[in-house]
Design a protein. Sequence first.
Length: 292
Amino acid sequence: MLQYKPMAAGYIPTIRGYSLSDFHDYDTCVFKFLVKHDLQKKYEIGRGSPQMALGVLLDRAIKEIHRNRGKGSYKAPVERLVNSVKYAAGLIRKEEKASNKHPNFSTAVVEFFTDDVVAAAENTLKNYLTQIDNKFRPAIFDIDFCKKVLEIEGEKYVLWGGPDTLEMGGDKMPEIIDYKSRQDLAKGKQNMDMDLMPKLYTLLLAEDLLKKGFKKARFKVVFWQDPKDESFVQEFDLKDLSKVEAVFKEKIKAILANKEISFCMMPFCEACNSEKSDEYVEMLEGMGYGLG
């Protein structure tokens, strides 16, 4: 006989969790958001690309360079550090294969880890290291998966995700770094989210930074192709993030209040152009959503 097992205290269902991508999806295409978030089909409809794969490799490479700082990675020559890309590719492949969930986060990109993409990532990392003169700002601590619980009208919700690294700035202010790679750098800079992204990633790390005695933090976007551009920066008072929390509470309230399915119908939308789009609509209608 099957026995009921109560959920652990403090358990928050996945459907009450929101990432930066979730908020972006909701703002650009409600249907895509509902398919990925409410139906939990994000990995089923997810599309990879060589450019996405390159970005994933670079982000993992810089994480591993910081993670191995105790082994002398900060003082290693450029030629050795460039090998971090192949190392990152190997780690991601192993994690994808070992995961008990398929498809998963890495499934959409590992197929694009071709020799050409790996070589492009190595070249990008080499150029980046040359531009910063191989001088790293030390990591304060390693970042994995971050969570922040919010209470809205008596119910608990969770924000999750995280930036790439947390580094010590030259003025001893912690810098929350998210690295970005863009094919069209000018367009990438023009369209960069400096609204929700800085707020969310700072909120996710605030508690840990306060515990370490920091009162302020700086969020920064670093472009792999142009690391000396320091114009994508925001500073936060870690002791007073109530207005930042309020932004996400209002976003979540708006999402919860919506019961209408709307479509962006853009040619690049993986939900609107899915061969299962009609099936997804029926599933959402069964959950109480309706077509506008």
